[in-house]
Structures are given as structure tokens and as C-alpha cells.
Design a protein. Structure first.
Length: 262
């Protein structure tokens, strides 16, 4: 029976996890959550999963919006799972996913977190020591997650927190305008990588110059993947170390997003 995993990513961390899980399942397809992801989900899957980073202690806005709009029901899959990918404090993304699914009469059968390298470049650069620690723990952690998902294990979903939900809602409401703080230096070579890795289709080139259209998802893919470090946030990121997952290239991310964009 078929399986499907939806992922959302900026640096490639979530795509790496989605690929590792998919390789262990029979007939498992991977689809990106991006601007024009089809919300009409076919029926008859054995498993449907979601892999995503943690933003402001919760779900990326695009992931939450996709769950709200998608025609998910008990007919689509027997088993629903979610893997949240925090870099630091993880918040309550799993319970948010469960609550959104419950509005459709569904239950999240399995929800888990797996920490990857912290890389929220607006606040800090990639932390080398933390990266080494996270990578060392990854293989063992993902092995158990894969085994649980293959066996369709269930677990208890984390408890809801009004305090964390309030913090999340206060932050996520401003996310689309985060690009107002972006700037482009004269190091830009008009390579167009930023347009390809943006899940929101928020960036176009005007005479070779990136233009932002205030539909930002705050994934920071444009900043992290820019080979010249020409895209920055205010005066905060110019000297900070960038991060992208070493196994996931910008061309691979672009391929997933371009396949789903009109």
C-alpha cells in the first residue's frame, strides 16, 4: 500500500529526514509543502506523514495553513504521523498538528521531535559544536523513529500550553512581512538560487536583482543558500555562519518546489 510524506524545509533538514523515512517504506512518495501544493489528497494511503521545522515554538505558518485547507479525512490514510525538527527549545508543534487534524475528525497517531542543528540566523549563526552533537545523535534517533513508523506505533501526544500558544500566535502573525528587513549587497551575482529555494514563491528577479513580495515564511532559505552571502537581515547576519544540510543541495530543494509551482 502507498505512503506519502509532506515536508517543509529551508535548510534541507526536514527533507533529509523525510527521505530517510521514505526509503524504509514501501511505495513512499515525498511532496513539498510550498506555495501551490495540491490540497486535494488522494485516498487509500497506508501512512501520511508531515516533517517540518519548529518556528516560534510551533508550526511554520505554511504547514498550518496547508493542514487547514487540505481535504484530509479518514479515507486518505490509516495512520498519520508528524516529525518536528527543532534546533533548540521545541515548544508545542506536535500538539498543534494534532489539534488541526482533530478539526477534520482525525487523530495524530504518532508525533515525535528530532533535534537538528540550530540555524535561526536572525538570532545566531550555525553553532559548530551543537552541529557535531546533533549529527552524532541523529543516526540512532532516526533509526528508532523509522522503526516506530514502519510498525505504525502510536504514542501519547504532548499536552497543550496556552502560554506557548500565545507566544506563537503573537510571533507568527508577523511572519509574512519579515522580508521587509532583508537587504541585498553588491555581492549579488543574480544567480537566482534564492528564487528556487523559496517555498512561498516570494522572490522574483527584476533586472537580476531579487525582489521580495511580503509573503515570507521566515524559513531563511534565501539567506542560508546564497553562495555570496549577499542576502542579509538588517545588520545582523552579515558575519554569521550559514548552514544548509550537507546531504541536501539547493538544486534538490528547488526541484521539489519547482515541480509544485505553476
Amino acid at each position: 500500500m502507498k505512503n506519502r510524506i509532506f515536508f517543509f524545509t529551508g535548510t534541507g533538514n526536514s527533507l533529509k529526514i523525510a527521505k530517510d523515512i521514505a526509503e524504509s517504506l514501501t511505495e513512499c512518495e515525498i511532496m513539498a509543502i510550498c506555495k501551490n501544493t495540491d490540497i486535494n489528497i488522494p485516498t487509500g494511503f497506508e501512512r501520511i506523514g508531515f516533517v517540518f521545522p519548529v518556528y516560534y515554538f510551533g508550526l511554520p505558518e505554511m504547514v498550518a495553513d496547508f493542514i487547514r485547507r487540505a481535504n484530509l479525512s479518514k479515507k486518505n490514510a490509516k495512520y498519520y504521523f508528524a516529525v518536528a525538527v527543532p534546533g533548540g527549545i521545541s515548544g508545542k508543534p506536535i500538539v498543534q498538528m494534532d489539534r488541526l487534524l482533530s478539526e477534520k475528525g482525525l487523530h495524530l497517531n504518532y508525533g515525535i521531535k528530532i533535534r537538528m542543528n540550530a540555524n535561526y540566523i536572525i538570532s545566531y549563526g550555525s553553532i559548530s559544536l551543537y552541529y557535531v552533537t546533533a549529527m552524532k545523535a541523529y543516526d540512532k534517533r532516526i533509526e528508532k523513529i523509522i522503526r516506530d513508523i514502519k510498525n505504525m506505533e502510536t504514542n501519547e501526544i504532548e499536552k497543550y500550553s496556552k502560554r506557548i500558544e500565545k507566544i506563537y500566535l503573537n510571533c507568527i502573525c508577523n511572519v509574512h512581512n519579515m522580508d521587509e528587513g532583508y537587504n541585498i549587497s553588491d555581492r549579488c551575482t543574480s544567480c537566482g538560487i534564492c528564487t528556487g529555494v523559496c517555498p512561498a514563491g516570494n522572490i522574483t528577479l527584476n533586472n537580476g536583482h531579487p525582489i521580495f513580495h511580503h509573503q515570507c515564511e521566515c524559513c531563511m532559505a534565501c539567506i542560508q543558500h546564497c553562495p555570496q552571502k549577499a542576502i542579509n537581515y538588517r545588520d545582523k547576519t552579515q558575519k554569521r555562519k550559514r548552514y544548509t544540510h550537507p546531504d541536501i543541495s539547493y538544486t534538490e530543494i528547488s526541484k521539489y518546489y519547482n515541480n509544485l509551482q505553476s
